[in-house]
Design a protein around this ligand. Sequence first.
Ligand code: COA
Length: 322
Amino acid sequence: MYSRIAGTGHFAPEKILSNSDLEKLVDTSDEWIRSRSGIERRHLADDDQATSDLAVEASKAAMEAAGVGPDDIDFIVVGTTTPDLVFPNVGCIVQQQLGIHGCAAFSVEAACSGFIYALSIADKFVNSGQARCALVIGAETLSRITDWTDRTTCVLFGDGAGAVILQPSDEAGIISTHLRADGQYRNLLTTTAGISVQPEGAALREGFNVRMAGNEVFKVAVKSLESIVEETLEANGLDRSEIDWLIPHQANMRIIKATAKRLGMPLEKVVLTLRDYGNTSAASVPMALDIAIRDGRIQRGQLLLLEAFGGGFTWGSALVRY
Ligand code: COA
């Protein structure tokens, strides 16, 4: 048995921060941001919008697309690095908000690869017969851990959520998933504080912000993503020309171009949302997937390669027959 994507949804908060808005916050320019990253604007959650609120809206859209209701969902997993609280986990909050009772609900913390990790886990539950209707979400309010005085990071991130419904199927569906991590790079992309680790002398949660060695991250990201797409093709005996769509994590246009080049794919076959949403971490892949399904680019039967890379480092891919 396989799992297949029965429906998708996404949600972006209404508030938009453009590059020219950012020029008023830090010493940067629209030209620098666009040329170095490909980003022009990003959506930011309002103060009263939590990660779970974005996740709930994306989930409703995915459930409607799949034609399923709260009583059908029997598994919930959320990839997120910016949970509402330490506990209850975002999965439980989404579960309560959607009127779902009793099924497993949890979140997976794998930074920007969170959705790929969550999808891989849900796939195992569905294809082994332990779940029949899984809600898989990537949702983030990265703006909450962004240092708005640090021009090297604050220009890159945005908020949003994406969701998919997985159901059993005789035909693939999710063909294979590939998950990787290497903690040796842990300090290149990190937060300055957390729950059980606090910077010396700092008050609880003071200065809880993203810190990144952008250049180093860039190099490892390109190498890791190249090797994971090779691994995915090889594991399935596929030629790269057979992939219809690449749906990459939307971190940086130059990283995406490098992976597309390795696959020999023209950019017309790459789903790009980076310009309008920035890097929404675990939300970026399911958002891009839903956007391209809803605007008619991705058609049933097509072969999709999803990939992501994030802090940890973590990285992963999923080969999907839509
Ligand atoms: N506006 C203007 N100048 C900026 C700036 C900004 N927002 N941020 C950095 N700069 C400056 C730097 O201070 C540096 O100045 P200097 O040469 O005087 O020291 C210069 O621009 C070049 O910085 P550098 O870091 O070498 O730029 P870069 O070409 O590597 O681009 C990133 C920076 C962050 C866009 C790029 O490294 C990147 O995308 N890395 C991967 C990040 C990522 O994807 N992270 C998430 C992974 S999930």
